[in-house]
Design a protein around this ligand. Structure first.
Ligand code: ATP
Ligand code: MG
Length: 105
């Protein structure tokens, strides 16, 4: 009788197991995706020494596609070679653009 009661108590959990299985299926689908870019591919140009200073002096910058959005207005930054610096700012304030400007130089 005790066994029967215990079995009865498991029935509400069956739905939860089914929901978990469905969620896991979606998750494994994402994990098993093969990306077009292989992050572990070691072909291509390997830069030997990328030590350099970063210097931006009074930079004014907008994207041609969105001239109404001023990304930088008079932005100045100097990071010495070998030093670590952190750029802090709200989302969309232009932190990643600092690296793009540096790489395009
Ligand atoms: N290719 C592009 N064309 C037009 N506008 C762009 C382009 N790339 C970025 N932007 C705009 O430039 C601004 C700064 O973007 P950026 O990615 O440098 O910000 P961020 O500080 O790195 O933001 P996050 O904290 O989200 O990484 C944003 O308003 C963004 O929409
Ligand atoms: Mg960014």
């Amino acid at each position: 009788m005790t066994g029967g009661i215990s079995l009865g108590q498991t029935s509400p959990c069956v739905n939860v197991f089914a929901a978990g299985e469905a969620a896991a299926y979606k998750m494994f689908e994402v994990i098993e995706q093969k990306p077009k870019i292989d992050a572990y591919d070691d072909r291509g140009i390997v830069l030997e020494d990328i030590r350099d200073e970063i210097e931006l002096k009074d930079v004014y910058f907008t994207y041609p596609a969105r001239p109404e959005v001023q990304i930088f207005s008079g932005f100045t930054l100097h990071v010495l070679s070998g030093k670590t610096a952190a750029l802090v700012g709200q989302r969309g304030s232009g932190k990643s653009n600092v690296m793009i400007l540096k790489l395009e130089k």
